[in-house]
Design a protein around this ligand. Structure first.
Ligand SMILES: [Fe+2]
Ligand SMILES: [Fe+2]
Length: 234
């Protein structure tokens, strides 16, 4: 890939290159839900030098990628399998585990960090509830529909009509998860554990930051690659 043009969106560049995703992540540039803006604008919002960022992406593209698959051209069922095996499987283990850890930390540290931890637990709890339903909707409704469309079926026989209907709902829920992640990052001062944090507290922040990273990649694969490809099948 050549150096991306400056008027292309962050989401487009991320869709073409997993290496660019790593660079965006490093600089805190939102490449999934907030990825609809031109890369030049994303840079100026972050106070970053555009030429420097593009050079960094170029450099990252030339180093071997951790996931070498080109999901823009790989078969759609393989992309769905990858999302299920990598991201849905991860969320199903981590969503309840982090919830339990957060409850434990809140119990142990409520005297000094109660307000922040209660706010964090409220945002996390709402996000988890929405994501539990969201994963199920993708697995039960949307992904089977996309597999059928990929196999040559028309959307008509499905009760939800056009594939654009469930996709619209998924987009809204992704935005909602993105807002929850941003709010949790704000509440925790970018996941910097307080001086008096115990190891469970630190583990909680580590796991929340890891979940954020995983969810950004997950939503990116769906918003920027799977959904546009599914819509183009109709
Ligand atoms: Fe998903
Ligand atoms: Fe999703």
């Amino acid at each position: 890939m050549t150096t991306p043009a400056t008027d292309r969106t962050v989401g487009q560049i991320a869709a073409e290159s997993p290496a660019a995703v790593r660079v965006f992540e490093k600089h805190g540039i939102d490449f999934c839900c907030g990825g609809k803006i031109p890369v030049a604008e994303a840079c100026s919002r972050k106070g970053l030098d555009l030429a420097g960022l593009l050079a960094e992406i170029d450099q990252a593209i030339r180093t071997p990628a951790e996931d070498p698959t080109d999901w823009l051209t790989a078969p759609l069922p393989a992309l769905i399998d990858h999302i299920l095996d990598t991201h849905h499987a991860y969320m199903k283990i981590q969503l309840p585990r982090v919830e339990a850890r957060l409850a434990k930390v809140l119990h142990a540290h409520s005297d000094r960090h109660g307000d922040m931890l209660r706010a964090l637990a409220a945002v996390y709890g709402a996000m988890k509830a929405e994501l539990d339903g969201h994963l199920a909707k993708e697995e039960i409704v949307l992904f089977p529909l996309v597999r059928a469309l990929d196999g040559g079926a028309k959307a008509g026989p499905f009760h939800c009509g056009s594939v654009q209907n469930p996709i619209r709902v998924m987009f809204m829920e992704h935005d909602s998860a993105g807002e929850a992640l941003a709010e949790m990052r704000r509440l925790t001062s970018d996941y910097r554990a307080p001086e008096d944090a115990c190891n469970t507290f630190k583990a909680l922040y580590f796991e929340l930051a890891e979940m954020e990273s995983d969810l950004h990649r997950h939503i990116h694969l769906e918003n920027n690659i799977l959904f546009p490809r599914a819509i183009s099948l109709e």
